[in-house]
Design a protein around this ligand. Sequence first.
Ligand code: G6P
Length: 424
Amino acid sequence: MSKLKIAVIGGGSVYTPELIEGFLVRREELPLDEICLMDIDQERLKIVGGLVERMVQAAKAPIHIKLTTALEQALTEAAFVITQIRVGGVAARILDEKIPLQFGVVGQETTGPGGFAKALRTIPVMLDLARKIEKICPNAILINFTNPSGIVTEAILRYTRVRAIGLCNVPLGMKHMIAGWLRADPETVELDYFGLNHLSWVRGVKISGEDVFSKVFAAALEQARLGVFPFSPDLLEALRLIPSYYLRYYYHHDEVVEEQKKALKTRAEEVQEIDRELFRLYADPALSKKPALLEKRGGAHYSTAAVSLISAVYNDKGEIQIVNLQNRAAIPDLSHEAVVEVPARIDRNGAHPIPTSPLPKQVRGLVQAVKAYEELTLEAAITGDEHLALQALLAHPLVPSFSVAHNLWRAIKAAHRPYLPQFH
Ligand code: G6P
């Protein structure tokens, strides 16, 4: 049998030790021969790679760790490619969070105009990468964590032949949260989950086959009343669905904007400080495990999601996981090509969406509007057509008027000039 190699593009990310820990814990079912970490930043690669090598040695795992700045080398013979890049780094994320706020719109790295700017920067880079995969390792499965994960995955699936699956930790996070409310084992929890990446809801829950949604819904209300689940109990009563965290930016938009305006720092500025400290810790030659500080980043369960997905493909498990993939006919209210976040059966051929019921009316318009915004953003990113960029912003439910869309576009285009060559 040929060797099992995984390439991690953006391997110098602070999250990489979390991913490696996942591979080490599950190495019985996933006998990796090689993990190749690729990054354009040699310094970060050296520090993160050093810790990764110490982690593998401490676990006495027979996995070769390779570090490279050459994409071709990373992709050669890879069976799986994980992408976790951030075009423009945290500095660009700070702008994504600050610019929209100037115009009264939520400042968030994946939702709203911040996610739009990030998509415009990221899609051309990811398409170049995917075209290299087509040439160098055409049978590899690409697991995309790069945000905005849904739009990026759709770009790859629409414009290349790469077998891409988009992944996010939100579905697993919801499963764990709901299991925690019921004091159940997350492994026994089955979610009727639907939507798009960072725009998803749960409308049914079973535990070991038994329908427990009314119990879960009562727990959600209780948690909301306690202020732990960050949604208004009145909203939940009216909605009759359990929204994922990112719906807060829609349902409680104005409150979030007020909080953001008062905050001394944006989330990206906090992240910058956490990462600085993490790199300091990673550089310590005495450290050989993932430090607890990494839990301060939002990527909890990220390695579980990645390792479970890879293992399900590698071992042809046929199990159900929630991923981002082409809709086909899973959500009847969306097009065949639209990328959606739904339960899918995972086997050696990849991910196959499981048909769901139509979108509930109370969210149907929102999902369709955000999908239209995503598709326009994708077309704008590829063509560099400013009219499409404006159309995308106008289509976004959080952009209230043409003047706001216009001002946002001018500000985004100027601020990210080095990363938006298609518009200049
Ligand atoms: C969650 C989201 C990710 C996002 C992360 C941000 O995990 O699902 O898409 O990247 O939060 O966390 P951060 O620590 O960067 O704010």
